[in-house]
Design a binder for this molecule. Structure first.
Ligand code: HEM
Length: 265
């Protein structure tokens, strides 16, 4: 899925002794958190892949107005998540996963929204109901049970690193966005040269957290919840999509891409 040309690590990723990508890649075992998360979310991941909104998006059936609302939802979600990550960056159960330069999406999303909505973007957006429920949970976790923040970071960032480049190309083609990447900064991780290597690093960092079995199980439960929050946002977008009239959609906007033609020629 991703390009794997260069293997570079920023100072932030390196732990000093060895380049980060050589950090021990121990044989995986079922009690490793990374394995528990992958196995425990497999079923809900498949469900998420099969929501109508996600399927439509992958087929290039995405209207710009709905895509913009998706970016708004992501903006509120990442703002909350990264606020709580900053609050907990020195917490021993989160510190090894603190990669602001590599992962954080708040600024990318702010500039995408500025591109879509103009300089007045902040006064034009609002947080939807489903997004608000997700955001509330993130804040609750960050403030009352910060170890669970790992589940939220895992669900979003590992997912973004897995599908980002594909989704970016789909969106670019479907909405005829400029090849410069404007409006799609969210999908571009400039400080990560190999998504595959970074995901391996992230997994090994998760596995090195000192967590007992009970906490790891709670983390899996929270990750399943995080997937469900995401699905609820997709379902809400799907419903909004049904109410947006094409002609209203196109009013005052360039028509290209607004009807979301299939990308498959
Ligand atoms: C991993 C595809 C939607 C979260 C992956 C991987 C693929 C994939 C192929 C494996 C990458 C690898 O092993 O390196 C897709 C497709 C989707 C989709 C095709 C939509 C049609 C989602 C959604 C979320 C998500 C909606 C959550 C919001 C994740 C996570 C991982 C992942 C957390 C990492 C799994 C792990 O290795 O532990 N996805 N995904 N994905 N995806 Fe998705």
């Amino acid at each position: 899925l991703m390009s794997e040309e260069k293997m570079e690590t920023s100072a932030n990723v390196s732990n000093g002794a060895k380049p980060a990508y050589e950090e021990k890649e121990a044989a995986l075992s079922p009690e490793d958190l990374s394995e528990m998360l992958a196995a425990g979310t497999r079923e809900v991941h498949e469900k998420a892949e099969n929501t109508q909104f996600v399927k439509d998006f992958l087929r290039g059936r995405i209207r710009k107005e709905l895509f913009k609302l998706g970016a708004v939802a992501l903006y509120y979600t990442y703002t909350a998540m990264e606020e709580e990550i900053e609050r907990n960056k020195d917490h021993p159960h989160f510190a090894p996963l603190y990669f602001p330069a590599e992962l954080h999406r708040h600024e990318a999303l702010a500039s995408d929204l500025q591109y879509f909505y103009g300089p007045d973007w902040q006064s034009q957006i609002s947080c939807s109901q489903a997004t608000q429920r997700y955001v509330d949970r993130i804040h609750q976790v960050g403030q009352e049970d910060p170890v669970l923040l790992v589940a939220h970071a895992y669900t979003r960032y590992m997912g973004d690193l897995s599908g980002g480049q594909v989704l970016k190309k789909v969106a670019q083609r479907a909405m005829k966005l400029p090849p410069t990447g404007e409006g799609l900064e969210f999908y571009q991780f400039d400080a990560i040269h190999s998504a595959k290597a970074f995901k391996q690093l992230y997994r090994s960092r998760m596995n090195e957290l000192e967590l007992d079995e009970e906490v790891k199980k709670r983390l899996v439960g929270e990750a399943v919840k995080a997937f469900q929050f995401n699905m609820e946002v997709f379902e809400e977008l799907e419903e909004i999509g049904k109410t947006i009239q094409e002609d209203v959609l196109d009013a005052g906007m360039p028509v290209h891409g607004a009807t979301g033609g299939d990308i498959n020629k």
